[in-house]
Design a protein around this ligand. Sequence first.
Ligand SMILES: Nc1ncnc2c1ncn2[C@@H]1O[C@H](COP(=O)(O)OP(=O)(O)O)[C@@H](O)[C@H]1O
Ligand SMILES: O=P(O)(O)OC[C@H]1O[C@@](CO)(OP(=O)(O)O)[C@@H](O)[C@@H]1O
Length: 753
Amino acid sequence: MGTGSSKNPDCSSSHGSDDREDQGGGQLYVSLKMEENSYLLKSELIPHVYGSVPLVGSWDPSKALAMERESSSMWELSFVVPPNHETLDFKFLLKPKYSNSPCVVEEGPNRLLTGGTLQGDARSAVFRLSGGEVLLEYRVFIKADRVSPFDLAASWRAYQENLQPSTVRGIPDVSMNSVPESGTENCSSASLELDLEHYVVPAPTTSANSGLLYAANMTETPRSLSHANAFSKAAGGASHPVSIGVPTERPATIKEMEVIVPDPTIVYSSSGIVESKSVGTLSSLQKQDGQRGLFVDRGVGSPRLVKSPSLTTFTVDQNVHSEAKNPIPAAAGAVAAAAVADQMLGPKEDRHLAIVLVGLPARGKTFTAAKLTRYLRWLGHDTKHFNVGKYRRLKLGTNQSADFFRGDNPEGIEARNEVAALAMEDMIAWMQEGGQVGIFDATNSSRKRRNMLMRMAEGKCKIFFLETICNDRQIIERNIRLKIQQSPDYAEEPDFEAGYWDFRSRLDNYEKVYETVEEGSYIKMIDMVSGHGGQIQVNNISGYLPGRIVFFLVNTHLTPRPILLTRHGESRDNVRGRIGGDSVLSDTGEVYAKKLANFVEKRLKNERAASIWTSTLQRTILTANPIVGFPKIQWRALDEINAGVCDGMTYEEIKKNMPDEYESRKKDKLRYRYPRGESYLDVIQRLEPVIIELERQRAPVVVISHQAVLRALYAYFADRPLKEIPHIEVPLHTIIEIQMGVSGVQEKRYKLM
Ligand SMILES: Nc1ncnc2c1ncn2[C@@H]1O[C@H](COP(=O)(O)OP(=O)(O)O)[C@@H](O)[C@H]1O
Ligand SMILES: O=P(O)(O)OC[C@H]1O[C@@](CO)(OP(=O)(O)O)[C@@H](O)[C@@H]1O
């Protein structure tokens, strides 16, 4: 979007407006910049903008908008002009930072922007100071782009949801910014081959290539059969998938993560504040806190710095790892406090949740179940996907013809009910051992079958149905073809057409007996394919987790688009080996920034609406700087893991000066929380809105962020278990392209340097 005013294919700095007209209807996104040539002289004067619309003060200098310092010499301000104010008169003015002396308005006539075009040249801003004796001159850069209401709404929502003054640098968590094309002149030194394939490097063997695999193969294996290797042949050898793609390994469970919580009666006895506590036990000091009903999720660490309610100093608690009892079902540390509360407070059966899929074949049930499993596991909920089709194949073989699925075939019905009951029994048994969310994936298309499942779940787990309905004939046709290619049911059918007609007739058999869900608690996804136009119906759904699931499903869709993940260019702190900080780029990092701009321009050349997301730290903003033609959004949620008291140190310094911290982190990098900082689990929690927004976006997104954050984001797409996250390789100067599509997620990597 808005590419017309800033696209710069040949490194010139043209400001053409070629495609502006056909993007009409949007609002005007204006970016103003002023460059000082003598920083020292003017550091006491803050440039402001005021003008004809209320947004910029309606010509009232006291309401002028302050510009922000973008670098040592550049000031910046961006804002959106509503469509009914497409003509904007404005001027720059300087306000003294510390005194009440009057502000100074720039010389010359008003500047005028009409319909996104600047009238006249972007002349320098000249100010007369000290009674006219001193002249100050700033170079001015003005850029205006049309923004579609869709993108604006997305950015605005992101802004609203995350806007909190940063405690670190006093700037908004998320802000919109569009940087002009300065810095691209030197693009020859950073130019890329025309053919981007030249830069492709192999993705790791555990990469996000689930699109290449059939999701049902990755689901649970019947307990009764899991030791009998003889059955794996019947399942097309898929009972223990070990090759690339979605790992079958579930995330760390309670046992692995030793989730320990205090006695709920103590927690809720007084203030009623709920704790999400990831590990450890109550030390005596913690117990004191506990009696006030207040606990803090401390992550893990070396002897912790604990603040006692009665002490004003921090004391060292040596007992954190001592007692380890009383595990709470299923909270794995990354899980939000509200989920833990639901589990601790609610009726026993509510501690486990069964999500029962319903729908005709080829309606996206397995796809949706796999996606939901990935999301819930990533958030730290112990989740398993039980696919009755896989049970059937393992029990009865892969070569069942359409007749087997007829509604008037009593043997077929009995055999199908038997494998469904077996899968449900396994799911419930697993929940009784502590499993939290079971996703039961089958057509479950008759009321009778669903009644059977409800009876089995009674008193054991909460249950809701998730029905996928699709009314679009073309999509169903596409889904059928995908099925024939992917499903082990047709793996041994050499004739595609024969497979196709068999599957169609299986579908007809199901359609004859299909009864849509009208009973119990349910969510219906109706035509939720393209990201607009579909609907979600919700009946009798309550609780934290079901609520989150509805929110997740509302935001997901199948529109193919790439998500490009990259770390910032090498920073000066990277060179010095210092962690955290907010340093600028090294020379090598700057070259990467230019190469990345070049790459983005080539890779996204056919995209009208894409956006660039950065953290609020300089090294990502500067990496995004040379990219032109796309709006940029800064998210605080994308900031690097907060290293707390270790921020700015090298790993060697931490090892030498804080050996306990160093060792604790080495032992459990996932849950280790830097004193006054964050753990990886904390990072995952704050990235959840980013994941939802990435799912919701229909246009490509380039995410320029940091090592720890990208490990966490990548793990979501690649379905990597939580405990691997802190060790995933995310090298500098490499782009991980995640292709979201109708058959899942695929990954490609480019190494530019
Ligand atoms: N909500 C949906 N509606 C329609 N099609 C979908 C939906 N979600 C995913 N799909 C598509 O349906 C295809 C087949 O889905 P699958 O999950 O194997 O079907 P089912 O389990 O219902 O037989 C997927 O590859 C995907 O492209
Ligand atoms: O969790 P580890 O492996 O320490 O990786 C995170 C670290 O990566 C670094 C580089 O060492 O990220 P970044 O590249 O954003 O500067 C540190 O700032 C950060 O603390």
